[in-house]
Design a protein around this ligand. Sequence first.
Ligand code: FES
Length: 128
Amino acid sequence: MDRTPGVHANKHCEEGYGMGNLKVTMTDTAGKVHEITDVAEGQSLMEIGRAHGVAGIFGDCGGGCACATCHVYIGEGWGEKVGQPDDIEFAMLDMVSDVARENSRLGCQVRMSPELDGISVTVAPTAA
Ligand code: FES
């Protein structure tokens, strides 16, 4: 990946927004596609979605893996790089099993890295 020195995120700005150059494509619950290109390493998909007003991403628990209001479907071809949920996340996804799929993850538990540059995700509908 082409990276320009001085532009990429470092440990001091992981919490900030608009300071990185990683890309994420998020399709929200209204079907709108958000091409987000200023993502810093370390930001979670939930934080990114909230910061960009992506419909359907709420993050009610603040990223504590306790609400599932950041539920996303990982785009085809990205599952292996993203990895599998741990036991706690899996249990939370089980609470929304009516809308959970094999490629479900909680957005707050997936943090951006150069390996995930260009990832696409779709926001899951709210559980019944
Ligand atoms: S923000 Fe609550 S589980 Fe992700």
